[in-house]
Design a protein around this ligand. Structure first.
Ligand code: SF4
Ligand code: SF4
Length: 61
């Protein structure tokens, strides 16, 4: 499985990752991207690619 993490310090709340995630597991909460169901992450790295602030990291567990 994959561990996707959002660095709240770096996230600007643009919502790009939320829109782009094919598994729809990212959501904006209080202006920050959050992971709603990490177990459904496909490990596609789309969120990492679209984030311009480098707030998203992905690790294979
Ligand atoms: S790696 Fe893909 S499936 Fe996982 S959170 Fe990012 S965009 Fe969504
Ligand atoms: S793409 Fe990056 S800056 Fe934009 S909401 Fe997602 S994590 Fe935050």
């Amino acid at each position: 499985m994959f561990l996707v993490q959002i660095d709240e310090e770096k996230c600007e709340g643009c919502g790009e990752c939320v829109e782009a995630c094919p598994a729809s597991i990212l959501e904006l909460v209080d202006g920050k991207a959050t992971v709603t169901d990490a177990t459904e992450c496909l490990g596609c790295e789309t969120c990492v690619t679209v984030c311009t602030t480098g707030a998203v990291t992905l690790q294979e567990m």
